[in-house]
Design a protein around this ligand. Sequence first.
Ligand SMILES: N[C@@H](CCC(=O)N[C@@H](CS)C(=O)NCC(=O)O)C(=O)O
Length: 246
Amino acid sequence: MSQKSEYCLYYWPNLPGRGEFIRLALEYSGADYVDICRLPEKKADQTVSMQNILKDEAIFPVHFAPPILEHKGKYISQSACILHYLGSRLNLAGKSEEDQTVCLQFQLCIADLANETHNTHHPISTALYYEDQRKEAVDATTSFLTHRLDKWLSYFNKAYVLKRSHYLLGETVSYPDLSLFQAWHGLLYAFPKAMKLREGKFPQIESLVSKLLKDERLLQYWNSSRRIPFNTSGIFRYYKELDRSI
Ligand SMILES: N[C@@H](CCC(=O)N[C@@H](CS)C(=O)NCC(=O)O)C(=O)O
């Protein structure tokens, strides 16, 4: 165990990215955790320790990329898998196995949306800089906004319509609610013009977001310096040339 907190999150220190889906669940539930790469005293060293986990052949299973969660001496990666693991432990995945499966399915869809959004600014390769694929990024963004954004938002919205509730599982907040909240804000940040055109078109998502924005458990974190604002790193980035009225 790297430290004394119950959970330890390894993720890049300066971007919300996929780590934010995990942070939101940990924060909302008041879990005892440390965001290890953001510890002020050892930021650089801890990022190296994260990279060492990825290289360590003594760790099974092997891990491909952050976010990585450490709990009780074991490591877990893949954001949806981490949240599935945390969901029942943090009381954020309903009460039954069926609820847990619903949460995981929904979270995997959010992970797919995250990948597609990332592809808008990195359509050629994640190994290249944005600046090396700017032209293609405009085409990829046009296609995403034209063909995919409404399809995804309609899908998420429909789940809440069918449940007739503010929350995916009905009564209480589950981790995919928090992730959708984050994704919605990410889309508003990355594509303000396109999202403006969609104002009022996905009322259930908007109602989830406004409900959560009144929830003290979330607000304490949302307004704190622990939350990393969106920026031009990570999944949801703002680039003027990709901000299209489509
Ligand atoms: N499907 C994975 C994606 C993980 C991922 O792409 N992580 C990024 C940061 S958000 C990374 O550091 N990738 C390094 C790489 O792919 O080489 C998840 O949801 O956790």
